[in-house]
Design a protein around this ligand. Sequence first.
Ligand code: GLP
Length: 243
Amino acid sequence: MKVEVFKTKEEANAAAAKVFIDAVNANPNIILGLATGGTPEGLYAVLADANKAGKVSFKTVRSWNLDEYVGLPKEHPETYRNFMNRKLFDNIDIDKANTHVLNGLATDKEGECAAYEASLKAAGGVDIQLLGIGSDGHIAFNEPGSPFDSRTREVFLEQQTIDDNARFFDGDKSKVPTSALSMGIATILDAKKIVLLAYGANKAQAVRDAVKGTPDVKCPASALQSHPDVTFYCDEAAASLLG
Ligand code: GLP
């Protein structure tokens, strides 16, 4: 597990974006694992700028997103599908038919999750997975207690995650969905390479537990220690407890 610390998140975004741009240029048919939340927004803006400047093309790239809220109406701006369209897919030359996000309105949730796993496997698996980290150490929506061998399934959000994400729902905790469909920890660990972004002091404890703690389900991100190719891109605040 490597940790790179940058003075600002802008510098970290530029370095992480370079990893993605170089990888896409080396393999235009690459499979990307993508993440939502506030953290990746800056990186997505860098990718869109690079695409517009002709430095990279996503025409033949395929993507699978980590997770999706359960039950939000299709047109709700905070579905992760709509977030991804707005923050990335509408701003680059990717073919939206090649972008995959779990359907949080599926009536057969188990079937939806199994089909998602199967489609990813059939495509050959994720080449580079982008991750954020929750302030409680969650990755995707794998909350503390999630088994390290978990696969895509319905998961229930911890109160801390609901509180953290209320900022996307007019600050109203009651509007935040209580469950989501999420890739499991084992699904994430199947990726060939993992890039995790962590910015801000409220991520410092989770980053410390993930990097320095004994791997334990109490900090889902600590499962990443067993993966051969993981790099954390942190700003100084998020790295402040690493010592
Ligand atoms: C969200 C997402 C995660 C994300 C994390 C941190 O709820 N499901 O994929 O990494 O929580 O979010 P943020 O980047 O907004 O701090």
